[in-house]
Design a protein around this ligand. Structure first.
Ligand code: ADP
Ligand code: ZN
Ligand code: ZN
Length: 725
């Protein structure tokens, strides 16, 4: 190969970011017979003993003295990563202390990362060109032609769904009987309800302040915290703002939590706008890349997507919306630990477009930003369409005799609501039958052999499952330690609650919704359909029930145990628990019937719980922000976690000790064992880094000098961690 390389001093040298840890960019020479790639284009390069695909980040590099390898192929004629995204990538590199090549690999859809073509698939929408086509013996072709003649242009998916085949379609296309055509834009779109006064105020503020003038394709950056109680019509505000953005010929990006991207959500956007795209992990790599590209060409007006959709390339993005901005799924929890919420703000700023953060339970970060006037705080305090907010009631569990976790007063309330033919929602954030299998004779508990965690007892079929490493074990008949036949399940999971409810209310259907019953969004959607058309029933489930769904017939929401969340050692536990309670409570009484929320607790005087119930989420959040301020935690302080895990605890500990020695000018706590000290046989340690100044924290991290770790040790930097577990 070396004889193909022209004289070294005539060679152009480019810089390439490759998806590998440690180094950000590498130099390569360009063979003379190859076009110079654009900055942001993909190139195939040799790397170590293999090849990889990287992104060209610089084409103007001085010739170094060392001998360089040369580029193997230029994949893109034009940049696949536009300047704006490339700049975002550079920013992420410094903010998240992560190599550029890996940042770029995260930004690109998987198929693009693997070298897939950037050609957009032709329209899969078909029209009949030969009206007089008549081949009586080609039955399949005749039938398809008849369909098109009767129904007009039709999508390929619909044709296949109604019994035609792709082969027939291909045949007719080859003989020019049918051809592809653009899907029509003039579908029947809904106008939506007339906004109420609060909605109108929010919409007008956003449009007037940041979208300079409707119909004009320029805007300014502004961030809004749309703080609206559940059911107050936040989505309606988004839809109106998006309509104005599309009218100006621009595009909109709507981020939604992972679990919320159901056909229900997408349908709401599709009924209002003609060209809606979706982006989530349930699609194939090809589908995701196609959507990404269509946003780039402007063929899609509104993209609704989960976390990684924040990196989509747009022709002319006019607004970014982050729905349920408090949701944990916006934070990537491994690899490049980015926050899509924070990146949305960053991108909006760079693009000079408005960004809207909507929620009923704002994250303390966003409230903090609103207090400092970085975000404009907009309020929706009433339920749209006149529905009532539920009332809260607390049940003191002390001294009560419980039946599968349910106190007598609670059973009474459930019965009362069922007698009014309403639906009841029972919330418990724990899957399985019981979180502990305990020996009544000697106190032994079934522990995961690989984690410092108890095994959860599941039923039907009976198994012991570790919720941390997924180990599945048979349930022993007798105690491992004393061999007595005295094992008993302790504590409550959703399976046990389901069984208990069925026993108490044998005539009422009980639907359980958790990760074990509902693995796909399709299954979840099917269950919601059944519930919303099914009349009287009891729903029991985990936080899957909490997120953005609408159950018009639910009048009672039960929180079986409010204490578990507040007891967690994590600094964010009260915030997370309060959000969960308010979100679950928000499922009640969303239609015409008023709702009630009943909460069971062994600590009914817990001040956090009291504040939440008596003053609402706003009062709780204000109090909690002060606590964080006093103890020096985020959002008042900037935080990062350095985590390390290894088979030998001493390796992880020693690694972090050495890291600590290189960190200057900030508060460093640890190394300490993580609250979950061992998962999948790996011992986990952590350093908590804090500083009142974000810049100081970053400066300290730039000085971080991690020792060369052996292969068995894994470590990571987590900026703005979601939890300290
Ligand atoms: P949120 O997103 O704040 O939870 P939604 O946007 O889902 O609330 O609105 C709750 C319900 O109220 C939806 O069924 C929606 O169609 C309806 N709705 C929203 N705005 C109005 C309005 N101005 N008038 C009547 N109904 C409305
Ligand atoms: Zn025992
Ligand atoms: Zn385990």
């Amino acid at each position: 190969m070396s004889d193909a390389i022209p004289q070294a001093d005539q060679n152009h040298v480019i810089q390439v970011a490759v998806p590998r840890p440690l180094h950000a960019v590498y130099d390569y020479t360009m063979p003379a017979d190859m076009p110079l790639p654009a900055v942001g284009a993909r190139v195939r390069v040799p790397f170590g003993r293999t090849e990889t695909i990287g992104i060209c980040t610089n084409t103007d590099v001085a010739q170094p003295h060392t001998k360089l390898k040369s580029v193997l192929a230029v994949i893109d004629e034009q940049a696949i990563v536009a300047t704006e995204l490339l700049e975002l990538a550079h920013w992420m590199t410094t903010y998240y202390h992560h190599p550029l090549g890996e940042v770029l690999a995260t930004i690109l859809p998987a198929a693009a990362r693997k070298g897939a073509s950037t050609t957009i698939d032709p329209y899969d929408f078909w029209q009949l060109d030969q009206q007089d086509f008549n081949k009586p013996r080609a039955k399949a072709q005749m039938s398809l032609v008849t369909t098109l003649r009767e129904n007009g242009p039709t999508s390929g998916t619909t044709l296949v769904a109604t019994g035609h085949t792709r082969a027939t379609l291909r045949k007719l296309a080859e003989t020019e009987v049918v051809s592809r055509t653009r899907p029509p834009l003039d579908q029947d779109l809904e106008a939506g309800p007339e906004p109420n006064v609060e909605q109108q105020t929010a919409i007008q503020k956003i449009l007037a302040e940041s979208l300079v003038e409707s119909g004009q394709s320029s805007s300014i950056y502004a961030a809004y915290l749309l703080d609206g109680i559940t059911g107050s019509g936040k989505t309606e505000v988004y839809l109106r703002v998006i309509a104005a953005v599309i009218a100006a010929g621009r595009q909109a990006l709507v981020l939604v939590p992972e679990i919320a991207l159901t056909p229900q959500t997408v349908g709401r956007f599709e009924r209002r706008f003609a060209r809606v795209g979706v982006f989530h992990s349930g699609l194939t790599d090809h589908e995701r890349l196609q959507t990404w590209l269509k946003c780039g060409t402007g063929e899609i007006d509104v993209l609704v997507g989960t976390r990684s959709a924040v990196f989509t390339s747009f022709r002319d993005l006019g607004v970014i919306i982050v729905d349920e901005e408090h949701d944990s799924s916006y934070k990537q929890q491994d690899g490049l630990r980015y926050s899509a919420r924070d990146i949305a703000a960053k991108r909006a700023h760079a693009l000079k477009v408005p960004v809207i953060f909507g929620t009923a339970t704002p994250s303390l970060e966003s409230l903090h930003n609103a207090q400092r006037q970085r975000y404009e705080h907009l309020h929706l305090t009433e339920r749209a369409g006149g529905a009532q907010l539920p009332t809260y009631h607390l049940i003191d569990l002390r001294g009560q005799i419980l039946t599968d976790g349910m106190s007598p007063p609670l059973q009474h309330v459930i019965r009362r609501h069922l007698e009014q033919s309403s639906q009841v929602l029972v919330f418990l954030n724990r899957r399985g039958f019981a979180p502990t299998l305990l020996c009544a004779s000697c106190g032994w508990q079934a522990m995961c052999p690989h984690c410092d965690a108890r095994l959860t007892l599941h039923q039907a079929p009976p198994k012991l499952i570790c919720h941390h490493c997924s180990t599945v074990l048979e349930v022993a008949k007798s105690c491992e330690q004393c061999h007595q036949h005295s094992l008993m399940p302790v504590g409550l999971g959703t399976q046990r609650t389901e069984a208990g409810l069925k026993a108490l209310f044998p005539e009422i259907p009980v639907h359980r919704i958790d990760r074990d019953t509902t693995r796909t969004t399709r299954a979840l959607e099917a269950q919601f359909e059944r519930i919303n058309h099914g009349g009287q029933c009891i729903l029991v489930g985990t936080q899957m029930l909490a997120k953005g769904h609408h159950f018009p017939d639910v009048t009672l929401v039960v929180i079986l145990n409010a204490d578990a969340g507040f007891l967690s050692p994590d600094f964010r536990a009260p915030e997370r628990t309060a959000q969960l309670i308010v979100q679950v409570a928000g499922r009640a009484g969303r239609a015409q019937k008023p709702g009630e929320v009943w909460i069971q607790s062994y600590q009914p005087d817990n001040p956090t719980l009291r504040t939440l119930i008596e003053q609402g989420y706003g009062g709780f959040a204000e109090h909690e922000l002060k606590v964080r301020q006093t103890v020096g935690m985020p959002p008042e302080y900037a935080m990062a976690m350095l985590r390390a895990d290894a088979f030998d605890a001493r390796d992880a500990q020693a690694f972090l000790e050495q890291c600590k020695a290189s960190l200057r000018g900030i508060e460093v706590m640890g190394p300490v064992a993580a609250p979950l000290a061992r998962i999948a046989n790996r011992s986990r340690y952590q350093l908590m880094l804090l500083s009142p100044q974000r810049a100081t924290l970053h400066a300290a991290l730039r000085g971080l000098n991690p020792p060369k770790a052996n292969r068995a040790l894994r470590w990571s930097i987590d900026i703005d961690p979601y939890d300290s577990l």
